[in-house]
Design a protein around this ligand. Structure first.
Ligand code: BG6
Ligand code: MG
Length: 213
């Protein structure tokens, strides 16, 4: 069956907001006297906020009361929002607009499948919202990536079978989510994600021939 719809993760695929999530967590961990490297960050890429905190607490051997967790999660999000408040069209990653224009002018359906509760904010600030028929964000699904729900809902909202959809993802959790939903997945990452069907490092220069993988 041919591809009729393309579903994109947002942070790290279309916009470099993955960096701001990383920096906000780094600042949180610094308050506990802990380092946080980009390699550590790979373990929480694409993972929901509260689950990310649980992973970090275990990784860095920090114990925290439930009350403190709530305030840390709030602080992390406030710092993240503060760091993205001035982003705009210029922050859209290279090749993204050109590829989205090609998809839209050739009649492909498009959706966002993001774990972030802040997806709409980023889509509005960057002017990307108009390119997507459907947006699935952290508020819309119960089970975050690597659960398949977010990609399945994306396919359902586009009125397509998952086998008619192609996903673009930068995280291991996200690649697993899309694969479990029954889609072909292209990893957009500096490092290979073995579970993906294909690996590219950027959307720059991409054309519609990628849809035939
Ligand atoms: C994902 C990011 O898109 O969204 C993760 O890759 C982030 O780093 C997750 O934790 C949840 O985002 P938010 O904005 O709801 O904290
Ligand atoms: Mg991502």
């Amino acid at each position: 069956m041919g591809i009729k719809g393309v579903i994109f993760d947002l942070d790290g695929v279309l916009v470099h907001t993955d960096r701001y999530h990383y920096l906000a967590w780094k600042r949180i961990l610094a308050e506990y006297g802990k380092e946080f490297s980009l390699e550590d960050n790979e373990k929480i890429k694409g993972v929901a906020r509260s689950r990310s905190l649980e992973i970090l607490l275990e990784m860095k051997d920090i114990s925290m009361s439930e009350v403190e967790k709530i305030s840390v999660l709030r602080k992390k999000n406030n710092w993240y929002l503060e760091s993205v408040k001035d982003i705009d069209e210029e922050d859209v990653l290279p090749g993204v607009l050109d590829f989205l224009e090609q998809l839209k002018s050739n009649g492909y359906r498009t959706a966002i499948a993001s774990t972030s509760d802040n997806a709409y904010i980023i889509l509005e600030l960057t002017g990307l919202r108009k390119y997507f028929d459907n947006v699935v964000d952290g508020y819309k699904v119960k089970s975050p990536k690597p659960n398949p729900e977010v990609y399945l809902v994306g396919a359902l909202e586009m009125d397509l079978d998952p086998s008619e959809c192609l996903a673009f993802e930068d995280s291991h959790a996200g690649v697993l989510s899309a694969k479990r939903a029954g889609m072909k997945v292209i990893a957009v990452s500096d490092k290979e994600i073995p579970e993906a069907d294909k690996w590219i490092t950027s959307l720059d220069g991409l054309d519609l021939s990628i849809l035939t993988i």
